[in-house]
Design a protein around this ligand. Structure first.
Ligand code: FAD
Ligand code: NAI
Length: 478
């Protein structure tokens, strides 16, 4: 028989960026805190950090970096007078490096738990009942135990969505998990879904030498991105050799011994049959409430299977909260983290806050795409009068020195007040440049504020200043 082993103020279920950060913040605020996470490494040991650390943000960026170096060595170094001969890609080493980085992050989180006195439980958590003194949760790991928390934070994340009739086997039909573990560069790689994962993972394997075909259902490319930026990005990806087909309808997918055949109809109604060595399916993710047994406490899900929460991440059950991918809103690690911090602070009676209007998005392709705030098409739809200013990296000295002059920075500001409403970047280091725009928007800055701030020369950030100047039609270098 299991017995109650320990009572906590706060129990967090899930140790991804939403959960582990919520646990650390709760512990900082003086609560006795536990975090339960089920992810195991290949030796069966704990691997906290969730999708982000194990099969998401971190490993994908490691492979993006390695593959970019390979591409530069093969195609860009010569422009700098550096001649490379005998260039070889050691995929096993590239994957090994990625695995080491993942492990460093797993270990880092375990260290942070110790440092902050968060009790970590490795196993699967499920609700047993709401009892006096708190919610009882069964942890099924190497052993089984029950812990209880006065407050519970659900941070169980999301899983890759499969296409009906094409279950992931992670050998031929790959989710993000398998896409990060391909042992040898596939000659022909198919990708279904030209979203964030499709473009990032498609870029990795294209740079490594795959012929990559991306099949996207929607007729527009990157519909959530500012149209001008998406158009520019689409052009650049096409030039790099990423074959993106829009408006396709996927038909039957069948597996052979070493290949996958995808039947599809293109936007003109013509039927095609494409044979790939590997197929990545990246068509979005579904919230993960598997085995959580929320019914035991009467937890409500919304119609799409997300844990239903209000603007403060409160569920329908008092003192049960939910954050990150398992609730509404963008599926981003930094959004999950911000919600985790805000919930811990709300439990402490503070006024934790997440500003959904200033959550940045980044697609880590080359060039990178990053944005914050509203797009030009959204402003038009909302009937907002705006002014736009753009500045191309072609006219930026640092971009020329880097040898990466693709793309632009675009500012959108209110026509009357000049307040910044959106900033959109396609170009080198867009992921870093966007921070300035996020800070500016948090402080409700005007385009003129950015235009009047001294930016280091030569730096890519001068393109940001110049785009802000362009809002008022007074760029200095273009
Ligand atoms: P998760 O990270 O999914 O963590 C949930 C954890 O809970 C997991 O460890 C899971 O095992 C555990 N768990 C689930 N159920 C239970 C249970 N019942 N008991 C115990 N443990 C349980 N976002 C970005 O912002 N930037 C990026 O660059 C980026 N790149 C990505 C690349 C890829 C390939 C993918 C797939 C995603 C990427 N994301 C990125 C999205 C990001 O990974 C997620 O938004 C983020 O991980 C969500 O955090 P979370 O804490 O809500 O959930
Ligand atoms: P996504 O939502 O970004 O893209 C899915 C794409 O698949 C869409 O363009 C959609 O129209 C298309 N699609 C859907 N059904 C289809 C079908 N049947 N046939 C063809 N195309 C179809 O989802 P993705 O790429 O799976 O990523 C999931 C989430 O993970 C992202 O939305 C993002 O939140 C997160 N992520 C974030 C990253 C980052 O911040 N850099 C990197 C990777 C993932």
């Amino acid at each position: 028989m299991t017995q109650l082993v320990k009572q906590f103020d706060v129990v967090v279920i899930g140790g991804g960026p939403g959960g582990y950060i919520a646990a650390i913040r709760a512990a900082q605020l003086g609560f006795s805190t536990a975090c339960i996470d089920s992810w195991s490494n290949d030796k069966g040991g704990p691997a906290p950090g969730g999708t982000c650390t194990n099969v998401g943000c971190i490993p994908s960026k490691a492979l993006l970096q390695s593959s970019e170096h390979y591409e530069h060595a093969g195609h860009a170094f010569a422009d700098h007078g550096i001649n490379v001969s005998g260039l070889e890609l050691d995929v096993a080493k590239m994957l090994g490096r990625k695995n080491t980085i993942v492990k460093q992050n797993n270990d880092g989180i375990l260290y942070l738990f110790k440092k902050n006195k968060v009790s970590f439980f490795h196993g699967h958590g499920s609700f047993v009942q709401a009892a006096e003194g708190g919610f009882q949760i069964k942890v099924a790991g190497k052993t089984e135990e029950i812990i209880a928390g006065k407050h519970v934070v659900i941070a169980t994340g999301s899983n890759a969505r499969a296409l009906p009739g094409a279950a992931f086997d992670e050998e031929l039909i790959l989710s993000n998990d398998g896409a990060l573990k391909i042992a040898a560069v596939p000659k022909k790689l198919g990708v279904i879904g030209a979203g964030v994962i499709g473009l990032e993972m498609g870029s990795v394997w294209r740079r490594c030498g795959s012929e990559v075909t991306v099949l996207e259902a929607l007729p527009t490319f990157l519909g959530a991105v500012d149209e001008q930026i998406a158009k520019e990005a689409g052009k650049l990806f096409g030039k790099q050799g990423l074959n993106i087909h829009l408006g396709v309808k996927i038909g039957e997918i069948s597996k052979g011994e070493n290949e996958v055949t995808v039947n599809y109809v293109d936007d003109k109604g013509t039927e095609h049959q494409a044979v790939f060595d590997k197929l990545i399916i990246s068509i979005g993710r579904t919230p993960n409430t598997n085995g959580l047994n929320g019914d035991a406490i009467g937890l409500q899900l919304d119609e799409r299977g997300f844990v239903a929460v209000d603007g403060d991440c409160k569920t329908n059950v008092a003192n049960v909260w939910a954050v990150g991918d398992v609730v509404r809103g963008p599926m981003l690690a930094h959004k999950a983290e911000e919600e985790g911090v805000a919930v811990a602070e709300r439990i402490a009676g503070q006024h934790g806050h997440v500003n959904f209007n200033t959550i940045p998005w980044v697609i880590y392709t080359s060039p990178e795409i990053a944005w914050v705030g509203r797009t030009e098409q959204q402003l038009k739809a909302d009937g907002v009068a705006y002014k736009a200013g753009t500045f191309p990296f072609m006219a930026n000295g640092r971009a020329r020195a880097l040898g990466d002059t693709s793309g632009m920075v675009k500012f959108l500001a209110d026509a009357t007040t000049d307040e910044i409403l959106g900033v959109h970047i396609v170009g080198p280091m867009a992921s870093e440049l966007i921070s300035e725009a996020v800070v500016a928007m948090e402080f409700k800055a005007s385009a003129e504020d950015i235009a009047r701030i001294c930016h280091a020369h030569p730096s890519l950030s001068e393109a940001t200043k110049e785009a802000a100047l362009a809002v008022d039609k007074r760029s200095l270098n273009f």
